[in-house]
Ligand binder design. Structure first.
Ligand code: AR6
Length: 176
């Protein structure tokens, strides 16, 4: 599914965040220590190789809603933007902190002249954020930001399951 809004393409695909070679930046659903882990963080660190953790070390820890940028190491992408999503039910306000992740990642992409950025569904795995609510926050935040984007021409959401893709599709339909 694809929408063009204010000259930016917002697209939803089913897939693996580490297999997006046509995007200059991918976003990591990171932990505060910026170490490898499960889910997205595990997949990204495995594909990037040990140099990524080494580059991350001096930037840690980060707080919920914060984003930092590194190079992509052995990934096919130039950059990884690491975002710490809120742990649902613990880091409050969860919706504001999750929105900060998307906003801060887009700002870093703009500052680094990145044309395409690919996001996973931050916080919806180990951090327990309900999928429908997270999709609403993610897509409404991106839709609010597009008018200010100059470098970023494509924002891709890479969803891991058919259900995740369907929920984001219904939400994007409703919001755009
Ligand atoms: N590509 C795209 N999406 C994926 C992939 C992948 N390779 N793998 C999982 N997902 P999570 P969080 C989906 O847990 O909730 C880590 O251990 C997954 O199905 O990766 O922000 C870190 O170290 C879910 O929908 O991120 C942190 O401690 C979504 O990506 C913690 O988990 C996010 O799941 C972060 O938790």
């Amino acid at each position: 599914m694809k929408r063009e809004v204010d000259g930016t393409i917002i697209e939803l695909v089913k897939g693996d965040i580490t297999s997006q070679p046509d995007c200059e930046a991918i976003v990591n659903a990171a932990n505060a220590q910026l170490r490898t882990g499960g889910g997205v963080a595990g997949a990204i660190h495995r594909a990037a190789g040990p140099g990524l953790e080494k580059e991350c070390r001096p930037m840690a820890p980060i707080s919920p809603g914060e984003a930092v940028i590194t190079s992509g190491h052995d990934l096919p992408n130039d950059h990884v933007i690491h975002c710490l999503g809120p742990i649902y039910g613990r880091d409050e306000p969860s919706d504001g902190l999750l929105a900060n992740c998307y906003r801060n990642a887009l700002r870093l992409a703009e500052d680094n002249d990145i044309p395409c950025i690919a996001f996973p569904a931050i916080s919806t795995g180990a951090f327990g954020y309900p999928l429908e609510e997270a999709a609403e926050v993610a897509l409404s935040t991106v839709l609010n930001e597009v008018k200010d984007l100059r470098s970023v021409k494509r924002v891709r959401f890479v969803l891991h399951s058919q259900r995740d893709l369907d929920v984001h599709g219904v939400t994007l339909d409703r919001l755009s």
